[in-house]
Design a protein around this ligand. Structure first.
Ligand SMILES: O=C(O)CCC(=O)C(=O)O
Length: 275
């Protein structure tokens, strides 16, 4: 196992995230972009709204990313050798898109406990300050869960526009990634991202998240895949990996998985947003 270097692990522990990690060549990442464009053309409703979630259940191309050995080696360095894929999300910002992601902590609303999990953000295109890369509040993972305000702003790409107020911008760092590079972030780190002011699309494929087998879902239900090691805890329903794009049974499974995810994300919310 190659995994993170001692330096990278130190960075993760100190700052709450580590980046950049080289995973895919630009050509490999481009194949994923092509898969997105193919799905969007053939099934225009499939990746929008709630459909941005769990595409790995219906597409072998995305499924293979979740089981990429380089990613799993890096993840193993953080959460140990018994690893499950707990879900995925496509964060796409079209050119000149007003969409943004408010400051938030994933641990606040995702429902995975204990926090032996990590989120993997893979750049399918270059991602930088102009096109709305993530910004990380370095070291904020060491604080408690912060108070979030549900804003339901229509341009917010988070389900309920949950927002941590008063983030000191001077302590936040842009998470700039080249196509095919990855960042790993801690459940408690406060992070967000601005709009895409460029004339090209910004695409992130996010494994949200890789969870240790000892991690339960305390708000609702998730469907998991075994990525590495053994699951002796058996908290979750395990699913098969897809072998063809948009197989009928896989599509039905993804629909169920997304309905369950929606219940988790909107648990206790006063209204529902578009994701
Ligand atoms: O892609 C983005 O801009 C934000 C993604 C995010 O918040 C996350 O992966 O936890």
């Amino acid at each position: 196992m190659s995994g993170l270097t001692a330096e990278q692990l130190k960075d993760y522990k100190k700052h709450g995230y580590v980046a950049p990690i080289d995973i895919l060549s630009p050509e490999e990442a481009n194949k994923i972009k092509t898969e997105i464009e193919y799905i969007e053309k053939k099934w225009p409703d499939e990746l929008i709204g709630l459909g941005r979630n769990n595409v790995h259940h219906i597409s072998p191309v995305f499924d293979q990313v979740c089981h990429n050995l380089k990613i799993l080696d890096a993840v193993e360095s953080i959460i140990g050798k018994n690893i499950l894929v707990g879900g995925t999300t496509l964060f796409i910002k079209d050119s000149d898109d007003k969409g943004f992601v408010s400051w938030h902590q994933d641990a606040k609303y995702i429902g995975f406990e204990p926090y032996n999990w990590v989120t993997a953000w893979l750049a399918i295109t270059d991602t930088n300050e102009e096109n709305g890369c993530m910004r990380m509040w370095s070291g904020s993972h060491k604080k408690k869960i912060q108070k979030h305000k549900d804003t339901f702003n229509k341009n917010n790409l988070l389900t309920r526009g949950q927002t941590v107020p008063n983030v000191p911008l001077e302590d936040t760092v842009p998470n700039v990634l080249k196509t095919g590079q990855l960042s790993l972030h801690h459940p408690m780190i406060v992070h967000g991202s601005g709009p895409n002011k460029s004339n090209t699309r910004r695409i992130g494929f996010v494994i949200q998240s890789y969870i240790g087998t000892n991690v339960d879902q305390v708000i609702g239900k998730v469907y998991v895949q075994q990525a590495r090691g053994k699951d002796t805890f058996k908290y979750h329903e395990h699913t098969k990996r897809p072998v063809e794009l948009m197989n009928r049974k896989d599509v039905a499974l993804r629909t169920k998985a997304n309905e369950e995810l929606s219940k988790i994300f909107y648990s206790g919310a006063k209204e529902k947003g578009k994701y």
